[in-house]
Design a protein around this ligand. Structure first.
Ligand code: ATP
Ligand code: MN
Length: 480
């Protein structure tokens, strides 16, 4: 925050001679002797005969501030202390003093304590004990107040900011692609339909729904990807990216699928598959370095409590050049390994996550980029190789997770693309504008997609994707 802006914030909340400070600033600056005001929530309260310890957090950082109330001169504070239970919001005023404890350098010695909002212990669901993630999902409106979800939220923020920073520093333009779409895009997944037609009395014509009556005069859906529209802008502005919500009516109850998730999709003109691989590698290394550096305290928590080995694993991805192999080579290596897989290895199959993990963890011991997949298992828009049977697809695989990024060089030849659209049984009329990009000033271009929540899951080690987005939308679940 710039000096002048932070000054404005402080002026709004200066109480008497005290400076309002966020806990993050207090713990990093240790302003001993300074009188400050802190606003936050009580995590725990602990009494001894002579003093009362409050652990107060304000969300600015992982750590709490130890607040000490000296009972000897606190008779007038006793009424407030009684109301001061776990979850209550408070405003505390006092002096920052050295802490005799080993957990923190400084603590706040209270002169004034005000409870702003009580949290009655009989009903407040978040008590001292550790709650299961399943239980916390049912109280998604309160779970951000826990250690874990506070940390997830801050890491998510750091990652989002780093992603924008990477692209902005490298000359990419942020494009806001539509959320309601009239095209079935890439058929990437089942779609949610968007309609204002009366569902109890749908207008019909010749036994079919009459979409001329619908809001847009045609059938529309929520987008599954912004890629096709990003290509439009890449072939005009050169380097672009999207970072927006996408929707898939996936009826799969897995720990890796949401019905609503955020996706990052860079798209670059005059860039072939090799440039695309360079971009993916440099991008991933940048954002992982950023999160290790800027969210080190939260990341230390994930290492300790969620996923041991997390930090060294991420550091290894940053430090190692990514191996680059073709799909055909990958199949050969897997076949030769002698390992027996649940899904037997055969040229033409899609790589399953057991294969991806074996490649990254056992064979290459690091990140791997696989290119040249059989055209049958990839999307119609990927550029056909000279062999006529593989396409310039590119999957970035990392240890522990498998695929983290999927991308390709796009088919830039009009005739070949049209042929692929027909071959896959797609309706070429739906792609008239997409085909136009190959008719007028066509260029080699490439891009990839990264699921934001998958990234947050990978970076934090959180087991379930429902726990890395504020309000998860999954099958039969949209309470909040
Ligand atoms: P998967 O095989 O895991 O379902 P996909 O092949 O459908 O993934 P793409 O269509 O390539 O995935 O989408 C690009 C990226 O979006 C994926 O690599 C993944 O990170 C993310 N993604 C895809 N589906 C979901 C989902 N339902 N929830 C969250 N993220 C998703
Ligand atoms: Mn899928």
């Amino acid at each position: 925050m710039s000096e002048s802006i932070s000054q404005v914030f402080n002026n709004l909340t200066i109480y008497g001679r005290n400076l309002s400070m966020r806990i993050k600033e207090i713990l990093s600056q240790s302003p001993q002797g300074q009188n400050v005001t802190v606003q936050g929530w009580v995590r725990t309260k602990r009494d001894t005969k002579t003093v009362c310890f409050l652990e107060v957090y304000d969300g600015s950082c992982f750590r709490t501030l130890q607040v000490i109330v000296d009972k000897a001169n606190a008779e007038d504070l006793q009424k407030e202390l009684d109301r001061c239970t776990t979850g209550a919001s408070v405003e505390v005023e006092g002096q920052i003093v050295p802490s005799p404890g080993t957990n923190q350098k400084v603590e706040l010695s209270v002169s004034t304590l005000k409870v702003i909002g009580e949290a009655p212990p009989e009903t407040y669901p978040l008590q001292k004990k550790r709650h299961s993630f399943e239980f916390l999902r049912e109280i998604a409106h309160l779970r951000p107040r826990t250690n874990t979800f506070g940390a997830v939220t801050r890491v998510r923020n750091t990652l989002a900011y780093a992603i924008h920073r990477y692209f902005q520093q490298n000359g990419f333009f942020y494009i806001h692609t539509p959320i309601i779409t009239g095209s079935d895009a890439e058929g990437a997944g089942a779609m949610f339909q968007v309609t204002t037609l009366p569902l109890e009395n749908v207008p019909m014509v010749n036994g079919k729904v009459d979409y001329r009556e619908d809001f847009f005069g045609k059938k529309t859906n929520l987008t599954v990807s912004g890629q096709l529209e990003a290509e439009v802008y890449a072939t005009a502005l050169g380097k672009v990216y999207t970072f927006g919500p996408t929707f898939r009516a996936e009826n799969s109850n897995t720990t890796r699928h949401l019905a609503e998730f955020w996706m990052i999709e860079p798209e670059v003109a005059f860039c072939d598959i090799h440039g695309n691989m360079d971009l993916a590698e440099s991008f991933l290394k940048f954002i992982l370095s950023a999160v290790l550096e800027e969210s080190s305290e939260d990341m230390a928590f994930f290492e300790e409590r969620i996923q041991p080995g997390l930090l060294s694993g991420l550091q290894q991805v940053i430090d190692t050049p990514f191996h680059r192999i073709t799909y055909t080579e990958a199949i050969e290596r897997l076949e030769k390994s002698g390992e027996s897989f649940e899904f037997p290895v055969k040229w033409g199959m899609d790589l399953q996550s057991e294969h991806e993990k074996f490649l990254t963890e056992k064979i290459f011991k690091g990140p791997v980029i696989v290119t040249g997949y059989p055209k049958e298992i990839k999307a119609f828009y990927m550029k056909l190789n000279e062999d006529g049977r593989t396409v310039r697809a590119m999957d970035v695989l990392v240890p522990r997770l498998g695929e983290i990024i999927g991308g390709s060089e796009r088919e830039d030849r009009y005739e070949v693309l049209l042929g692929r659209i027909r071959e896959m049984g797609l309706n070429e009329q739906d792609y008239w504008w997409y085909l136009d990009l190959r008719k007028y000033g066509s260029v080699p271009h490439s891009g990839f997609g990264l699921g934001f929540e998958r990234l947050v899951q990978y970076v934090t080690g959180m087991g379930n994707i429902r726990d890395v987005i504020p309000f998860p939308r999954t099958v039969k679940n949209a309470e909040f």
